[in-house]
Write a protein that binds this ligand. Structure first.
Ligand code: NAD
Ligand code: 2HG
Length: 409
């Protein structure tokens, strides 16, 4: 019997951007030892070269997985984003090439919420300026413009996992929470929603942004929106760098309209810790600058490593696409049959007929068949008892519209 499906020791996994040790341990525990682990990210050309014989790749927020990269990634079956955001991945291109993308939707939520809360307190007390002065021998002992958080209005833009968690923590400190979201969201505690972003900007003492990077959030906070914020209010952005017009923010801080800001994400971020960071906000003392570390805690990174590596292993071993961000979700039991065939195809008429005709031509009794589709692709999984799995798979691969197919034993 000729076997074309890969043995685990042939499956190559490329892990970039210092993915946590917990991921590496989990992959090894499940028999995946062909790991290439890099601390930094790679640019498009380097990636196109390296990814050619890679079956699974793990990234964080810096690595850009473009159409060109997916076109070069002939063997790639899955991407693990060891983070929440997936804007760095061309999800449509991944789907077109039959590559399933996973992320960790909430493993670092708490870490971001805690940082934002800490920054709120620091900014309300003028700590960035006082700290900077003290480092230069200055002594700014004064209560002027130093406030408690209690009773202040926190305006949260994007009331998802992070926004709503922040809402709960902020209320525990006595803040009044208002929020704006494009979707209807259940308010936590005594939080109240605002109908328009402008209403929130006009009322909040502190505005914190927790939206994903999408066309609708691109530059959503610019000169006009900053002008609508209350005089002496604060802006915090730990979402994505493209949400805030940084030049406009620098101007607003210099003019003294805003009392301070804390920015964790930037439109352009250094590729690695060795590269230089530059921003119009550098040198503005009442602006806290952090190097995209909202989710960078030991706890979060460890949990993310386990969560995302677990999803990659489950997809590779079992075929389950549960919680994939770009693919029809199929949750599968373990298969008891000799083979499990996995077929990813364009969602076009006649596809299932063609697949089932091959099974019928081979007189195969199908123990289980699972199908999910979206408007572009279909994913069908078949559990069959046969020694002809490889031959059947080759015939299925020849069906026009097939994107990718593999078998499990
Ligand atoms: N700084 C960091 O290290 C760090 C860590 C984790 C996540 N993030 C970023 O934070 C973002 C939010 O994370 P999350 O887990 O809360 O995501 P989420 O998907 O749970 O919540 C996002 C919310 O934003 C809302 N939204 C979308 N577009 C909007 C718009 N135009 N106006 C108002 N609301 C809008 C959505 O309806 C949703 O409720 C992520 O997408 C990621 O980019 C950054
Ligand atoms: O760890 C990272 O690089 C990104 C963290 C954060 O922005 C996320 O999207 O989860």
């Amino acid at each position: 019997m000729s076997v074309k499906s890969l043995a685990k020791d042939k499956i190559k996994i490329l892990l970039l951007e210092g993915v946590h040790e917990s991921a590496i341990e989990l992959l090894k525990q499940h028999g995946y030892h062909q790991l290439e682990i890099l601390k930094g990210s790679l640019d498009e050309d380097e990636l196109c070269e390296k990814i050619k014989d890679v079956h699974m790749v793990g990234i964080r927020s810096r690595t850009q997985l473009t159409e060109k990269v997916f076109a070069a990634a002939e063997k790639l079956i899955a991407v693990g984003c060891f983070c929440i955001g997936t804007n760095q991945v061309d999800l449509k291109a991944a789907q077109k090439h039959g590559v399933v993308v996973f992320n960790a939707p909430f493993s670092n939520t708490r870490s971001v919420a805690e940082l934002v809360l800490a920054e709120t307190i620091m900014l309300l007390r003028g700590i960035p300026q006082k700290n900077a002065q003290a480092h230069q021998g200055g002594w700014l002992k004064s209560a002027t413009n130093a406030y408690e958080v209690r009773g202040k209005v926190l305006g949260i833009v994007g009331y998802g996992h992070i926004g709503s968690q922040l809402s709960v923590l902020a209320e525990q400190l006595g803040m009044q929470v208002i929020y704006y979201d494009v979707e209807t969201k259940l308010p936590m505690g005594n939080a109240r929603s605002t109908k328009r972003l402008d209403d929130l900007l006009a009322k909040a003492d502190v505005v914190s942004l927790h939206v994903p990077e999408t066309p609708s959030t691109r530059w959503m906070i610019g000169t006009k929106q900053l002008a609508k914020m209350k005089p002496n209010s604060l802006l915090i952005n730990a979402s994505r760098g493209t949400v805030v017009d940084i030049d406009a923010l620098a101007e607003s801080l210099k003019q003294g309209h805003l009392a301070g800001a804390a920015i964790d994400v930037f439109p352009v971020e250094p590729q690695s810790n060795q590269d230089r960071f530059e921003s119009p906000l550098c040198g503005i003392e009442n602006c806290l600058l952090t190097p995209h570390i909202g989710g960078s805690t030991v706890e979060a990174q460890e949990n993310i490593g386990i969560e995302v590596a677990g999803k990659l292993v489950h997809y590779s071993d079992n075929g389950s696409t549960l919680s994939a961000v770009n693919f029809p979700e199929v949750s599968l039991p373990q298969h008891a049959t000799a083979r499990r065939l996995l077929h990813i195809h364009k969602n076009q008429p006649g596809m299932m007929n063609a697949i089932n005709k091959i099974l019928s031509d081979f007189e195969i009794n199908v123990a289980g068949q699972y199908l999910q589709t979206d408007e572009n692709v279909g994913y069908v999984v078949m559990d069959i008892d046969t020694d002809n799995g490889t031959e059947i798979l080759e015939k299925m691969k020849a069906i026009p519209g097939t994107i990718r197919a593999r078998q499990l034993f």
